[in-house]
Write a protein that binds this ligand. Structure first.
Ligand SMILES: [Zn+2]
Length: 304
């Protein structure tokens, strides 16, 4: 599971769980071909449906959210290595490039500004999440995200925090999302498929009617813009608290065949197609550690 593929490793330091550099990504794709077989997600789902016991390690590559670097940095490597992949797009990020900036891009921007002379906005945000100046940028990013996520879940109501976070990051002018033209080009050669990931990236379990409008409008928008059928969905945030039985029922009623979580693990012939697991990428680990993680997932999966 990937999100962003950046030009340099330095860009991945603050949020290695969301970013990997292009060189590491290329090495990881080569390793995947050496130790297993890359497979389109739709074919993987078909195999699980037929309950065919996996004889080898099969991989499906996925990208969440719909960042433009998927097109510029990842797609050329996927084409060169002939590896299929699925991009789960948050349609609002694509349709509102200048107004809908993902909040985790804003919290990362704050962590980037950590060494700057603190303005009142920054001081307020640091104090609000209990930031100690001994903490690292990564720790600040995680603390800001924890607090912001509590607002998503409605456990904290803090409009002032959101407003100040937005003000302190008003230098982000573009949300870096894919454009519809990029997606049309990627879908064109049959190697890349597109899945839905909602309109505004909420936690669906906390939405009215378990996110029905978010799910349906996201699917409809992709299908009308790309003239393609959407059959797969990735839950925004993707933990078990971010969706519920109603969310899964809506997906099934809308013709979705499988939904992916961000829960770590692999999927064998007994996998729940509406709670599929993924192996997260990590931008700051070496290739050896990546190989160990993949191989451990293999051993754990076959033992189940
Ligand atoms: Zn996402």
């Amino acid at each position: 599971m990937y999100h962003q593929v950046c030009q340099t490793a330095r860009e991945c330091e603050i949020s290695p769980a969301l970013r990997v550099d292009v060189k590491s990504f290329e090495n990881q794709m080569r390793v995947i071909k050496e130790i297993g077989v890359p497979l389109g997600l739709e074919e993987m789902i078909d195999r699980i449906k037929k309950q065919s016991r996996p004889d080898k390690l099969y991989f499906s590559i996925t990208f969440d959210d719909g960042y433009r670097d998927n097109y510029f940095h990842a797609y050329p490597i996927l084409r060169k290595e002939f590896i299929p992949a699925t991009v789960f797009v948050t349609t609002g990020f694509i349709d509102n490039r200048n107004s809908m900036i993902p909040w985790w891009d804003r919290t990362r921007r704050i962590a980037e500004k950590m060494g700057d002379l603190p303005t009142n906005e920054l001081k307020y945000l640091f104090d609000r999440v209990g930031f100690s100046h001994k903490d690292s940028r990564q720790a600040l990013f995680r603390a800001l995200n924890r607090y912001r996520k509590e607002i998503v879940y409605g456990r904290i109501r803090d409009d002032e925090f959101v407003e100040r976070l937005n003000n302190a990051t008003s230098d982000i002018l573009d949300n870096q999302a894919l454009k519809w033209d990029d997606l049309i080009k990627m879908v064109g050669d049959g190697l890349i498929s597109i899945g839905a990931h909602s309109v505004t990236h909420p936690s669906l379990a906390f939405c009215l009617d378990a996110g029905l409008a978010e799910i349906k409008d996201g699917i409809d928008r992709i299908e009308s813009m790309l003239q393609t059928r959407v059959s797969v969905f990735a839950y925004p945030f993707g933990k078990s608290c971010d969706y519920n039985q109603d969310t899964m029922r809506h997906l099934k009623e809308l013709g979705i065949e499988a939904a992916l979580t961000t829960i770590s693990g692999i999927n064998d012939d007994r996998a729940d197609l509406f709670q599929m697991r993924r192996i997260p990428s990590s931008g700051m680990e070496g290739l050896d550690r990546f190989i160990t993680r993949i191989k451990c997932a293999n051993i754990l999966g076959l033992k189940k």
